[in-house]
Design a protein around this ligand. Structure first.
Ligand code: CBY
Length: 433
């Protein structure tokens, strides 16, 4: 009699001991690569992976254990070249990414001398970010996504930083977590990964540590709540491009939310659907989604563990990534384009080839009138980024930027990837975030 009463209790106990299987992630087995193939091909085709993009790609493919040694060497070389020849021009987050990528695992021929120098350099760049916040109304040189990458790399590679300072900076109410009043899921997710690393290396022996740990725990909990509040009906967290890193954040913090709050399988199914629709044509986009699909997170970066090599039968030179939709017909389309600076609007209608992207429209308008539609552009990890229009330049110190819109709605793609349609009302608007 007593025993039968205890059975349900025992069952409950056993159930709670089973590790929570959040969702069926891909196993590192060849059969399962089919869904991930478009991502892997986009990344491996080095023709499309330039400069610091290679760091994103290397980190992702190393975490997935997908590369063969030869492919890995090519990417390592590319990252090394960028780091050594462009070190002074790299932003803090770019350097952090390079360190994470180079140190994600250990190759047989590794000499481990180079990391301390890079880590020291990162520490200085991180300091410069904080200094800028002091001088410019709390605005870092870059943004909190990059500061999170900095802390993550410093934490994983034993760089020096102040835990008290980290606990203070990453207070979830800080304006740097928001763009135009909206919580940035990408930023929040990266901060959760950084804070989790810091939490894991802090032992609560000193009194200040206990206090810091308490604050960090509260920050993680609050950031996770904010990420989950951005969950869409189809399971995406924020938008398709923030979902991968948000998944990583949710993987490492399952103690901070109730299982019923996130249907991981639904998120995964939507992402797989989007892969096949070609949403991840940019190497950085592919690189940021892949680890989560393989159940990995940036906290799996481990400079002491040997690199794992996959079958590596993806062909670097011959496998093309899905091309940016070629014009289906040679026909021209008409789109409206405006430059908006506060109350002043300058509009035009331009004719571009079917299949053109936003940047093509801007170039056509510039050709027509360089004074009104002249602009400058810079290559970033997600492709071209508009830095100035009519000579007016975006500036992080006062949170200004050139916002892209269509029919009054902000776009979730950059000028190099948004494909325009007949009758679009495109706009670049001088805005603050
Ligand atoms: N990466 C970074 O430093 C960028 C961090 C990031 C949060 C990033 C998104 C997320 C990510 N995963 O990398 C980010 N964007 C930031 C910080 C910013 C700001 C840049 C200035 C600063 N303080 O550093 C700012 C100005 C708010 C911004 N992004 C603007 C824009 C628009 C760019 C327009 C232009 N002038 O060219 C745009 C197009 C939004 C708009 N409608 O105007 C935009 N961003 C987009 C769409 C995106 C997504 C890109 C998706 C895509 N397919 O191209 C993004 C992934 C990203 C890059 N931005 Co911002 C966010 C998303 O949609 N999930 C670290 C470094 C080492 O690589």
């Amino acid at each position: 009699m007593r025993q039968s009463h205890q059975l349900p209790l025992l069952g409950l106990l056993l159930f709670s001991l089973i590790p929570r299987q959040l969702c069926e992630i891909f196993e590192v087995s060849k059969n399962n690569y089919t869904d991930l193939n478009p991502l892997i091909n986009t990344m491996i085709n080095s023709k499309y992976t330039k400069g610091i993009q290679a760091a994103n790609v290397l980190l992702s493919l190393r975490l997935g254990g997908i590369l063969n040694q030869c492919q890995e060497q090519q990417l390592v070389q590319q990252v090394n070249l960028t780091v050594y020849y462009k070190a002074s021009t790299l932003t803090s987050g770019q350097l952090a990414l390079a360190i994470l990528a180079l140190g994600a695992c250990k190759t047989p021929d590794e000499t481990s001398i180079r990391y301390p120098n890079l880590v020291k350099n990162l520490r200085n760049k991180f300091k410069a970010e904080i200094k800028n916040m002091g001088k410019h109304n709390g605005n870092p040189l870059t943004n909190y996504y990059q500061l999170s990458l900095d802390v993550l790399a410093l934490c994983l590679f034993r760089g020096k930083f102040s835990i008290t300072q980290v606990a203070k900076i990453f207070e979830p109410g800080n304006k740097n977590f928001y763009f135009q009043g909206q919580f940035s899921v990408d930023t929040g997710a990266m901060a959760v990964l950084a804070l989790t690393c810091v939490k894991n290396i802090t032992n609560g022996k000193k009194k200040t540590d206990v206090e810091n740990l308490n604050n960090i725990n509260n920050h993680i909990k609050s950031l996770i709540e904010k990420i989950l509040s951005q969950k869409k009906e189809n399971g995406l967290l924020g938008n398709i491009y923030s979902t991968g890193e948000a998944m990583q954040a949710l993987f490492v913090s399952s103690d901070y939310y109730n299982e019923s709050k996130w249907d991981c399988q639904q998120t995964l199914d939507t992402v797989i659907m989007e892969i096949h629709k070609g949403a991840f044509r940019i190497p950085t986009a592919a690189a940021q989604i892949l680890p989560a699909l393989m159940g990995k997170t940036y906290l799996n970066v481990n400079k002491d563990s040997p690199c794992v090599y996959g079958p590596g039968d993806f062909n670097i030179s011959t496998v093309e990534p899905i091309t940016v939709t070629p014009p289906l017909s040679p026909s021209q389309i008409q789109v409206n384009y405006s430059v908006v600076i506060i109350e002043e609007t300058h509009s035009t209608t331009v004719s571009v080839a079917n299949g053109s992207v936003f940047l093509d429209v801007m170039e056509a308008a510039q050709k027509e009138n360089a004074t009104l539609f002249g602009f400058t552009v810079e290559e970033r990890s997600w492709g071209p980024y508009i830095t100035s229009v009519q000579g007016l330049t975006a500036n992080n110190n006062n949170r200004t930027f050139w916002e892209l819109l269509n029919n009054g709605q902000p776009l979730d793609q950059g000028v190099g990837s948004y494909i325009v349609h007949e009758g679009d009302n495109l706009e670049v608007r001088w805005s603050t975030y």
